[in-house]
Design a protein around this ligand. Structure first.
Ligand SMILES: [Zn+2]
Length: 364
């Protein structure tokens, strides 16, 4: 059994999580028969990649080593790989949104993709949950996005490069037949395609977090908070979700599809910390902000402070205060942080240690 983020010792370098998952599914004795129930659109560039043969051999060899008497044939491996690429979910840590692998959820895999989805998939522990994000008419197909929400800001041609199939969703059809796509290229995100009513304001905020000055982040933060007031009133954890697009935007901007490195996490946490402090100052300065907005943005500030300290060792005093406050009031947020650190701990065990030591010092 591999820990999250670990790779088999015999894995070729830079092997993708889709190939790793294909290997796991086949080594565990699952033959390719079941894959016929799932979408298996062929991947055009697969045959042209020189590493394809090497990876197929690697998987067949691993099955033999595990004592599988009838190892899969080449077609089996390719068939499972296509099913994985078309159906698997990318796994991300809950707060930092760091990608650490792929997983196959048998039922959730039946949901189709749309670039203007009416549902949102969210991993909760080991399960994949699907929530409606718009009013849905009776008989309307339930869809979610195979791309992270921030990638939905991209133009149709950019999205097409990220998807393994030709998308025929209503939004793509519209963009194909009109000049709307020009607006996406300039990052002027059309409001009618926002994931939720608040999506437009969040979209502006997340782009500003990546490319704007502190003052601009502050300004967009005020607009976003006003737009999201109802969400923040519903749940304290909503603040984390509101800032989540900012994290995803910074993550994608920094990573640009490259494997994550320790230095990147430093940069990402710093970006996030700066946005969280800015949001907290914004809420504090508002006249009569809703009580939950205060609580939520404080929770967000505390979470960012904890992560910054755990990862950099900085701001010890603020860290202890934040840890104590979260532990007393928002245990579930602290659990999310622990989950993140468990995954990131594969890269750097010191990070988990730092949080555990501090928790002991605080007597928890
Ligand atoms: Zn589409």
């Amino acid at each position: 059994m591999l820990k999250a983020g670990e790779q088999p010792s015999d894995a070729p370098s830079d092997v993708s999580t889709e190939w790793l998952l294909t290997r796991l599914l086949l080594v565990d004795g699952k033959r390719a028969g079941w894959a016929k129930d799932y979408e298996r659109a062929p991947l055009h560039d697969l045959g042209q990649k020189p590493e394809t043969n090497e990876l197929v051999d690697w998987i067949i060899c691993a099955c033999r080593k595990e004592g599988n008497d009838a190892p899969p044939c080449r077609e089996d491996v390719i068939s499972i790989y296509w099913a994985v690429c078309n159906n698997a979910f990318t796994l991300e840590t809950l707060i930092l949104r760091a990608t650490f692998g792929s997983a196959f959820y048998a039922k959730a895999a039946y949901f189709n993709h749309s670039c203007d989805p009416n549902c949102l998939s969210l991993r909760m522990g080991g399960n994949m949950a699907i929530f409606a994000v718009k009013d849905i008419a009776k008989g309307e197909e339930l869809t979610h996005s195979y791309l992270p929400s921030v990638q939905l800001l991209r133009s149709m041609s950019e999205r097409a490069n990220l998807l393994h199939f030709e998308c025929k969703c209503p939004r793509c059809s519209l963009e194909r037949s009109s000049t709307t796509s020009a607006a996406y290229i300039t990052r002027d995100f059309p409001r009618q395609f926002a994931l939720t009513n608040q999506g437009g304001a969040i979209g502006d905020f997340k782009m500003t977090c990546v490319i704007g000055s502190d003052d601009q982040i502050h300004g967009k933060g005020v607009t976003m908070l006003e737009a999201c007031e109802d969400v923040l009133l519903e749940r304290s954890l909503a603040a984390l979700e509101v800032l989540d697009p900012c994290l995803q935007a910074s993550y994608n901007c920094i990573m640009d599809q490259q494997p994550i490195q320790v230095d990147d996490i430093f940069r990402m946490v710093r970006l996030w910390h700066s946005a969280a402090i800015s949001m907290w100052m914004t809420v504090s300065a508002l006249e009569g902000p809703p009580w939950n907005s205060r609580v939520a943005s404080r929770q967000l500030r505390d979470t960012a402070t904890i992560l910054l300290h755990v990862i950099s060792g900085e701001q010890e005093e603020a860290f202890l205060e934040a840890l104590s406050s979260l532990r007393m009031a928002y245990g579930e947020t602290l659990d999310c942080i622990r989950e993140d650190l468990a995954y990131l701990g594969v890269m750097n065990p010191e990070w988990q240690q730092r949080l555990s030591e501090a928790a002991v010092r605080l007597g928890s």
